[in-house]
Structures are given as C-alpha cells and as structure tokens.
Design a protein around this ligand. Structure first.
Ligand code: AMP
Ligand code: ZN
Length: 118
C-alpha cells in the first residue's frame, strides 16, 4: 500500500485540514510556503495523467473548500500537481499541492534555457 493510502487509512498520522467520503487534505510534512496542504483522492490513482474526469470534478470543489478553510480565497493561492519523473513526483498517489499564505515566487523550473525549444 502506498504512503498516501496509509494516510487515508489512518495507519500513518497526518495533520488533517479537511475530509469527506472521497477526498482528504492534510498539511505537507515539509512545507514550502506558509500554507502548504496536500489534497488527495481517497481512491488510489497514480497521477494526474491517470485520473478519471469524474474524480477531478469533486477534486476541484474540494480544493476550493480547502482554500476557503485556510482563508486564501481572496489573497490567492497556487495549485500544483507533479507528474512522473520530469515533473518531480515523489509520491505515486495523485496529490495537489495547495500553496499560499504569502506572495509566492515564480521562477525558472529548469536549468536548461526556457527558449531552447522554440
Ligand atoms: P511530490 O514531490 O509532488 O510527490 O510531493 C510529495 C509531497 O509529500 C512532498 O511535498 C513531501 O513533503 C510530502 N510528504 C511526504 N511524506 C509525507 C507525510 N508523511 N505527511 C505529509 N506530507 C508528506
Ligand atoms: Zn495510494
């Protein structure tokens, strides 16, 4: 069973922010912003690339609920999902990073020149 499935099953503790029958949100153990929450479907899906659109419908509403719970709906926030090797995905259970609580940086994501493929 994967790490986040164990968190869903409460076999591994997490600091839960929001939960319903289908989704769970908890604080990232290694936060990269003042607010850094992970929102996941309870059903195991490897990544965004495999997710069913019906799950994404509920996921979208759930992420908005999390943002509101953290009072970020007016100040703004960022939603990121890493996919596979180049995306930098470490945990192979679909998760959305919900980041905010301060003005976030937006920098080059790679050492290779951004225009080299144009
Ligand atoms: P990613 O690199 O997109 O796969 O993100 C995985 C995220 O999971 C990282 O930001 C980690 O800090 C976070 N993480 C790993 N283990 C735990 C855990 N036990 N509880 C909460 N967050 C975790
Ligand atoms: Zn899983």
């Amino acid at each position: 069973m994967c790490l986040f499935c164990k968190i869903v099953n409460k076999e591994i503790p997490s600091n839960i922010v929001a939960e319903n029958d289908d989704f769970l949100a908890f604080h990232d153990i290694n936060p990269k912003a003042p607010v850094h929450i992970l929102a996941i479907p309870k059903k195991h899906v490897d990544s965004f690339h495999e997710v069913d659109p019906t799950i994404m419908g509920g996921m979208t509403e759930f992420i908005k609920e999390v943002a509101e719970k953290m009072a970020m709906e007016n100040s703004g926030y960022r939603v990121i999902t890493n996919i596979g090797e180049n995306g930098g995905q470490e945990v192979k259970h679909l998760h959305f990073h919900v980041l905010g609580g301060a003005k976030l940086k937006w920098e080059h994501f790679s050492d290779s020149h951004p225009m080299e493929n144009f």
